[in-house]
Design a protein around this ligand. Sequence first.
Ligand code: GDP
Ligand code: GDP
Length: 435
Amino acid sequence: MIPTLVLVGRPNVGKSTLFNRLTKTRDALVADQPGLTRDRHYGVGRLGSRDYLVVDTAGFDPVAKDGIMHEMARQAEQAIAEADVLLFMVDGRSGLTPHDQEIANRLRRVDRPVFLVVNKGEGANRAVLGAEFHALGLGAPLVISAAHGDGVHPLLDEIFEVLPPETPPAELEDVGPRVAIVGRPNVGKSTLINTLLGEERVIAFDMPGTTRDAISIPFSRNGREYKLIDTAGLRRRGKVFEAVEKFSVIKTLQAIEQANVVVLVLDASQDVSDQDAHIAGFVLETGRALVLAINKWDSVDSYRREQIKSDVMRKLPFLSFARQHYVSALKSQGISGVMSSVDKAFAAAMAKLSTPKLTRLLEEAVTKQAPPKVRMFRPKMRYAHQGGSNPPIIVIHGTGLEGIPASYTRYLERMFMEAFKLQGTPLRIQFRSST
Ligand code: GDP
Ligand code: GDP
């Protein structure tokens, strides 16, 4: 499972600066998507071939006691409980404060590795700057500058030292799609899961020993096998499955990472919220195949139906690649449609795209509409090949490709999507220029 790094520290020490730096790599992939707003607290980064989840607890103060601060403290506690590694950030310029001490007291009770990160260390003597923070009793301070990037790579190297080694995704293709059913609290995920698993044959599976272990539930439907990735610690009680834990953003994001196809559940009786949009944005960033299930269709009248349809189009325009279904998990309506779209989305995500066909389509597209000149030169695209699956990646080789505008990339994307009938999966285009 993708490891989770949680940033903790009092305000202004530089958590969001470090967060931005740690999540920059993946951001670039979908930077040009219209309508996409990011969640500033949850993001994914990559070091070499390894992805990690980063959570910034900025604004949720782990030692606050009352009111809204208390709710934030609860969220910070949840993030701390679900972290694989904690990064406790302090400010090297302002030195050790009583607030740092309080947070340190909390973190000394955590049974996970804690890294003490001294920020704003640019141009300073590292040993001197770090020295006073030894007193926190959280091990040797690591001095970095989040703003300049100094020490960030070594910090990540140290973090990956203490994490269990990466496990290769061996069982990826042997049992059909891994499906994650995600959405904010109360949209009807558990109901949908029970409807789905109640109808179908659940294949025996092992329950994990602790709630921190994720489970996936194998089931078959119409002779096809699936694995349902759990997002909230599902347990079986009698005939039904129930979520043992409260909604967890971290678990949701981890499940999306692990899935081949994501079913994003929305509630037709409610407007699309920021939380819906953030989860949707994360699906897009990870490149997972996607099916939209707009649930509780039974409970809304035709006026509301039109309203929610246009709300989805307006607020989630970047999900236009996904099929939409209007369902009732409670009344078991529309579920077959969802599953058939899951199959199609999975097939699209795993499609094999042949080099000759890709190259021919590319030539045709350029003949129809050439990329705009960059300064004096027109970018020249020579050939294309497939560079990956789930999401399909198309690598285009040529010269002067750095200057190709996002609008032209989207034109190519649309063309390839139509030609290969790739509905249900995002597509990535990468350019490789040989001088
Ligand atoms: P947060 O409240 O912990 O999320 O802190 P921010 O990331 O918002 O940073 C607080 C302030 O510290 C901002 O003005 C940043 O520009 C500044 N800052 C962050 N990292 C560094 C750094 O490495 N060096 C210096 N000198 N300033 C930094
Ligand atoms: P979760 O938090 O996303 O797992 O949501 P639940 O499955 O626990 O559902 C939240 C509430 O919505 C429960 O009261 C369900 O009975 C109700 N609900 C779920 N699906 C539907 C549906 O299709 N129609 C209606 N009317 N209510 C539903």
